[in-house]
Every structure is written in structure tokens, then in C-alpha cells.
Design a protein around this ligand. Structure first.
Ligand SMILES: Cc1cc2nc3c(=O)[nH]c(=O)nc-3n(C[C@H](O)[C@H](O)[C@H](O)COP(=O)(O)O)c2cc1C
Length: 333
């Protein structure tokens, strides 16, 4: 199924979620190389885009990653958000996404992210300013509301639609839930019913079947996957395959997983430099290997070493040991 967002066509609407500190260029490229309808950048503060400090410049190096690419902006000043959106457009973004969902205390205490769901008039002004400023499609990503007593996502979605926002993604939890409980896919369906523009459902897709269940429950136009892709950059491609064919692909072989982990590791080192690259790579290496039988034996060498060659060797040994032993958690493919 092709999803059209303004001028952008998304071949398979299975989307990689924005994840701060995770969906950087090396990870987005890797996920995209297997197959994903769209990848979204980590959230970028609108003020930082304008100041363009060194770290933000790195986050905005997105032209190399396959199209389409959506850049997510976070902030609460309509003028600054509009200016940042224009800069991202000039840098080659295909879509601008506005963050109305981040629950982090650091963001919420600055009254941005999910805090804006409590300030509908300001959220309206931000959306209006960004839509007016750019020619590319503007989308929003939000939670169901601030807390269980104020789940105003359907109202905010309607405001968004009236302003010219072209797609709404909903993570089916409130801000106050953080990641507790379950994503409420039924409530995502209520948002879908409230508007005519496309809705993407998000939250708790960890098995290929989950994507189908979410779509059947909420009748969404696509799904977004975050944590389910950690350590499994092929997972979105498996979801796309399942939605098209009903066939559940097997977890890739250990040799394949090793090659992917090594490829990802090397791309992080060349993108960030060796020292920072190793630091950033550790969480990914942990995700790649946490379910392996000899994980405990290699954990320290993998996650504490500063020597790239030692890390590569440990990874290889660990995955080669996997070859001889059947995995117990084959359900988690
Ligand atoms: C480490 C981490 C960082 C995240 N960063 C962002 C972000 O920058 N912007 C955003 O809109 N959501 C962010 N999220 C939320 C995800 O995009 C997604 O909505 C959430 O994880 C639920 O989906 P999942 O169950 O598929 O992971 C983040 C989530 C995690 C776990």
C-alpha cells in the first residue's frame, strides 16, 4: 500500500520512529537498507538548528541517507520552529515532523514536547507557523494526552488537520504513563475516526503480528516502530513482508547478524570517530548480543573495551559460538 503525504510517496508505510540517541544517520541508513517506508531523525531542538552547534550539525547530516527522510523538530516558540523548519527544508528534508510527544522531564520542564498537548492554543500557533513557512509536508507526533484525565489527542488531531498538517502519528500512551502499561491501540482508532488525514499507529510493536493487529484494531494508515528495531534493524523489513504476504520470516542467521553488527559498528566509528563512536556503539552492541548464549562471557570485552579490534574480535567469537547452539528465543524475530 502506498501512502501519499502531500508530495511524498511512501511505498510501504512502516516507519522507523524517532529515537533520541538512537536513530542517527548510521542506524537510519542500516534500517533503510533492509527496507522501511520512512525513517525519522532523532528530535532536534529548533533553537539548536538555528544556532547550528557542532552536535546539531551532525544530527542534520541527513542528505546521505535514503529518501524520504523526516526531520523532527522540538520547541515551543512558533517563530523559532518555523525558522528551523525552513533550514531543514533547505538542507533537503522531505518532511518536517513536530514533536508533541516527548515525555522527558528535561523537555517538558521547558514546556515543549508532550507539555504542548496541555497548551492547545500554543500548539496551534506552532503548527500554523511551520506549515506556513515550508513547502514540504508537515506532520505531528503525539501521545494520547497528558494523563488519563486529559486524553485530548482527537481534538488536537482535528486542529492539526484544519491547519494543514498532513499526517498524525500517535503513540498510544499518555505523557504521565511514560512507557508504563500498554499502548492503547483502540484509542488510536478514535483519533483515526476523528480526522481524514492519515494516522500512523505507534507503541509496542515487537512481533510482526503486532503490526497487523494494531492496523486491524485502529484502522491506521501505517505503523511506526521504535524499540522493536533496536538490535534488529531488519525488523521493519520483516513487518513489511508479513503485512504483504502473511509470511513470518525467520530470524536471520548468526553469521548474518554478526555481519550486520560489524557493519553498524564500523559505520558508527567512521561517522563519529573512534572514541565517541565506541561510546555510542555500546548500547547497540548490547542489543545485538543480549540474547546470545555466551553474552555473559563476552559482555565486559564488548561493552567496556576502548579497542575497536578487540570489540570486533569479541563480537565474532560470540556469534560464532551461537552457530552451534539453537536459540531459545526464536519467537523474537
Ligand atoms: C530511547 C528513546 C528515545 C526516543 N526519542 C524520541 C524522539 O526523539 N522523538 C519522539 O517523538 N519520540 C521519541 N521516542 C518515542 C518513540 O518514537 C516511540 O513513540 C515509543 O518508543 C513507542 O514506540 P515503540 O513501542 O515502538 O518503541 C523515543 C523512545 C525511546 C525509547
Amino acid at each position: 500500500m502506498v501512502l501519499k503525504i502531500g508530495t511524498v510517496f511512501i511505498e510501504d508505510p512502516v516507519i522507523l520512529a524517532p529515537m533520541s540517541g538512537i536513530t542517527d544517520l548510521p542506524f537510519r541508513d542500516l534500517v533503510k537498507s533492509f527496507g522501511a517506508g520512512l525513517v525519522v531523525s532523532e528530535m532536534v531542538a529548533s533553537t539548536a538548528v538555528i544556532e547550528a552547534n557542532k552536535r546539531t550539525k551532525k544530527m542534520l547530516e541527513f542528505r546521505k541517507s535514503g529518501s524520504p527522510i523526516s526531520i523532527q523538530l522540538m520547541g515551543r516558540d512558533p517563530g523559532t520552529m518555523a525558522e528551523a523548519a525552513m533550514l531543514c527544508q533547505d538542507l533537503g528534508a522531505d518532511i518536517i515532523d513536530i514533536n508533541f510527544g516527548c515525555p522527558a522531564k528535561k523537555v517538558v520542564s521547558g514546556a515543549a514536547g508532550s507539555a504542548l498537548m496541555r497548551e492547545e492554543p500554543l500548539a496551534r500557533k506552532i503548527m500554523h507557523a511551520v506549515v506556513k513557512a515550508v513547502g514540504i509536508p508537515v506532520t505531528i507526533k503525539m501521545r494520547t494526552g497528558w494523563d488519563i484525565n486529559k486524553r485530548n489527542a482527537p481534538e488536537l488531531a482535528k486542529i492539526a488537520e484544519d491547519i494543514g498538517i498532513q499526517l498524525v502519528t500517535v503513540h498510544g500512551r499518555t505523557r504521565c504513563q511514560f512507557y508504563d502499561g500498554a499502548s492503547d491501540w483502540k484509542f488510536i482508532g478514535a483519533i483515526k475516526n476523528a480526522i481524514k488525514i492519515p494516522v500512523i499507529g505507534n507503541g509496542d510493536i515487537t512481533q510482526v503480528e503486532d503490526a497487523k493487529t494494531l492496523q486491524q484494531t485502529a484502522h491506521t494508515d501505517g505503523v511506526m516502530i521504535g524499540r522493536g528495531a533496536q538490535g534488529r534493524p531488519w525488523f521493519l523489513a520483516h513487518v513489511i513482508h508479513f503485512l504483504k504476504t502473511g509470511e513470518r520470516l525467520a530470524r536471520p542467521s548468526s553469521t548474518f547478524q554478526l555481519n550486520i553488527a560489524l557493519r553498524h559498528f564500523d559505520s558508527m566509528l567512521s561517522y563519529y570517530g573512534v572514541k565517541r563512536g565506541i561510546r555510542i556503539a555500546r548500547k547497540h552492541l548490547n542489543w545485538y548480543t543480549a540474547g546470545c548464549y555466551s553474552y555473559d562471557m563476552y559482555k565486559d570485552q564488548l561493552l567496556k573495551s576502548d579497542d575497536p579490534q578487540q570489540i570486533r574480535t569479541s563480537l565474532s567469537e560470540l556469534f560464532h559460538l551461537e552457530l552451534d547452539v539453537p536459540r531459545s528465543n526464536t519467537a523474537f524475530v
